[in-house]
Design a protein around this ligand. Structure first.
Ligand code: FES
Ligand code: FES
Length: 177
């Protein structure tokens, strides 16, 4: 049975405490940070690393807009403490493209018109990247499971599924566009 694990740590959160130095490896860059124990990975990425691709929407593990990869696994960055990420590899949507060259998933999203406001898009892309890194040709069921934790308030689900199908080499309903 497939389980979407978005909060890999079951350890209780500590609330306050002195800032501690931590090195975070994010995409290809090492960031040396001073972070409070309660600092979420999402806040560290957005406010300390200057990476705003992962979005803060619910900040409660409900929407998936903050999804990033932690050692290749899709996680909600709002539910992970920055302190816990030292020694891990964090991948964010900013690291998907190579310079001007879009990642195939990004290209597929554009081709399938798989976004409206785009606020959920970074999270959708990172959830799919975790899947495609394991299985470059996922079937629809696997795609739907991978995206189960990502909400889209604009209701672009059909086009998002089309984009994922196209990236998997099966084309989509909209592949003629
Ligand atoms: S902001 Fe993290 S799940 Fe919504
Ligand atoms: S495109 Fe607007 S929330 Fe998904």
């Amino acid at each position: 049975m497939w389980v979407v694990i978005r909060c890999p740590s079951a350890r209780p959160r500590c609330a306050h405490g002195p800032k501690q130095p931590r090195d975070l490896q994010v995409n290809a860059t090492r960031h040396s940070l001073l972070v409070e124990p309660r600092r979420s990975l999402l806040d560290a990425l957005r406010h300390d690393c200057g990476l705003h691709g992962a979005k803060k929407v619910c900040d409660q593990g409900n929407c998936g807009a903050c999804t990033v990869l932690l050692d290749g696994q899709a996680v909600y960055a709002c539910l992970v403490l920055a302190l816990e990420c030292e020694g891990c590899r964090v991948d964010t949507v900013e690291g998907l493209s190579e310079g001007e060259v879009l990642h195939p998933l990004q290209r597929a999203f554009l081709d399938a018109d798989a976004l409206q406001c785009g606020y959920c898009t970074p999270g959708q892309l990172m959830s799919l990247k975790a899947l495609f890194d394991l299985d470059p040709r996922p079937d629809d069921a696997a795609i739907v499971r991978a995206l189960a934790g990502n909400l889209c308030r604009c209701g672009a689900y059909a086009h998002i599924l089309d984009a994922a199908r196209a990236a998997a080499g099966r084309g989509g309903q909209n592949d003629a566009r």
